[in-house]
Design a protein around this ligand. Structure first.
Ligand code: PLP
Length: 455
């Protein structure tokens, strides 16, 4: 049973970093896991599916992100957005670290509660809920939920009259990667009507919620949203309602997190006294960089030098995963995954995959790389042009229209892609009969995470 006791983390948080071995160690660990797995697969004699794409997940990365969150946003309790990546080990770690959870459906609620998480740590952050799911929240004792329209209030009055309601307001999400405000959020001019109806129906307005858009890039969006939320608190209080919690949603991106957190913190301190509880619903921030995927090159098509300018041939590479699978993030999440080659070589006793390109990216030290060479040497001295495709019959199934590399890539080689932990495997399909579930090899670059998970 997970408690939300964070005491064991306090010394790590004070140092702002934790007892970690650093990103370099994480890269070595991930590189070693990638190598070990591909060495187990003989491309010339493996069973169907043995060379399927697979993930390596560094749970130490998730742990570090949590410590970083706590040191930059100590006032804000994260409720991890399960939709982003419902990986069971990620959920277990975050539960043990004391995070709450943002769930969007019955399945997500079930998954979180089945781990022993108390229902009070869950928010059903879906403003337009399925009636039967709403009924289910009552039986499962999940009471926190969002709404943004009058019909939903009547539905809640009928099914879950004791719910703790968060009025989700509209934000300016024009600076975000995935805009959400075209679908959800009450505009400020409809707020008085919604609050008045909630009061008339005798419902419990627990707070205000917003989401500045997934992959947010504009700190101004947080500033405006926090000050709008303050107005809604004031309007609710004027009606005799007692909101006590602000939910600042998700949208955080690792690269810009420190800056965003700074802007958000000062806006919170300016507008909300310390008696107001603050929660958030981060997804991508927690998992994006923790997952690396490796895919097998199942086929290659040579395209004869298209310019005839002596640049050499270009190649179409076909992988065993694509936009209908874990690269769904290209379509749904506007991502541009970057390939790297795990190069291969033949040894007297069979095939060995070494990490030629991993040396450049810091995965292994150059000393380990003495006898690594690509499968077929590129002796031209020119970059080779590739396009990279998924395995389905559909022309839309393209991972990268143009990738240039000094490496010569052959059928049977493996490519790996970093930052594949957010909105990837959760939206994979079985289209063309390809699997929608892939192995995840778990490693941990943090002793704290290993200890919590018994790794
Ligand atoms: N909360 C809600 C209601 C969402 O719709 C989303 C993403 O769509 C999130 C949280 C997570 O957002 P992010 O992954 O950008 O932090």
């Amino acid at each position: 049973h997970y408690t939300d006791n964070h005491d064991s983390l306090s010394s790590d948080c004070e140092s702002g970093a934790g007892n970690h071995h650093g990103a370099k160690y994480a890269k070595e660990l991930i590189g070693a896991a990638l190598q070990k797995r591909v060495q187990e697969v003989d491309p010339h004699d493996c069973q169907a599916g043995e060379e399927d794409a697979f993930f390596v997940a560094d749970l130490g990365d998730v742990y570090r992100q949590h410590l970083r969150w706590k040191s930059h946003l100590p006032r804000v309790t994260p409720h991890y957005a399960v939709k982003c990546n419902p990986d069971p080990m990620v959920l277990r770690l975050l539960a043990a670290l004391g995070a709450g959870f943002d769930c969007a459906s019955k399945t997500e609620i079930d998954q979180v509660l089945a781990m022993g998480v108390d229902p009070s740590r869950v928010i059903y952050a879906q403003p337009c809920k399925t009636k039967s799911y709403l009924k289910y929240t009552v039986s499962s004792k999940v009471t926190q939920m969002t709404f943004d329209n009058t019909d939903e209030l009547y539905k809640i009055r009928d099914i879950a009259p004791d719910a703790e309601l968060f009025l989700r307001i509209l934000t300016d999400d024009s600076g975000s990667l995935c805009r959400l405000s075209q679908k959800f959020g009450a505009s400020m001019d409809t707020v008085p009507e919604l609050l008045a109806l909630a009061k008339k129906l005798n419902l419990n307005i627990a707070g205000v919620a917003f989401h500045v858009g997934s992959g947010a890039s504009d700190p101004e969006a947080f500033l405006q949203a926090v000050s709008d939320a303050r107005l809604v608190f004031d309007q609710a209080q004027a009606l005799g309602l007692s909101p006590h919690t602000l939910d600042v949603g998700g949208g955080f991106v690792s690269d810009t997190f420190d800056k965003m957190a700074g802007v958000l913190s000062s806006a919170l301190d300016k507008h909300f006294s310390s008696s107001v509880r603050i929660i958030a619903e981060p997804g991508r921030y927690y998992t994006s960089s923790a997952f690396t995927i490796a895919c097998n090159v199942i086929a290659r098509r040579t395209v004869a030098d298209p310019t005839n300018e002596g640049r050499g041939n270009s190649y179409m590479l076909y992988l065993n995963d694509g936009v209908y699978g874990n690269f769904s993030s290209i379509i749904f999440d506007h991502q541009h995954p970057v390939p790297h080659l795990l190069s291969s070589r033949r040894k007297p006793d069979g095939y060995d995959y070494s990490v030629g390109s991993l040396v450049d990216s810091g995965y292994v030290s150059a000393d380990d790389d003495d006898d690594v060479s690509p499968a077929t040497a590129n002796t031209s001295g020119n970059l080779i042009d590739y396009s990279i495709w998924g395995p389905t019959c559909d022309g839309i199934d393209c991972i990268s229209e143009k990738w240039q590399s000094m490496d010569a890539v052959d059928v049977g080689n493996w490519l790996y892609f970093e930052d594949m932990g957010a909105y990837t495997k959760c939206s994979a399909t079985k289209f063309n009969g390809f699997p929608d579930k892939h192995d995840v090899i778990y490693v941990s670059s943090e002793e704290g995470a290993s200890a919590l998970l018994g790794l």
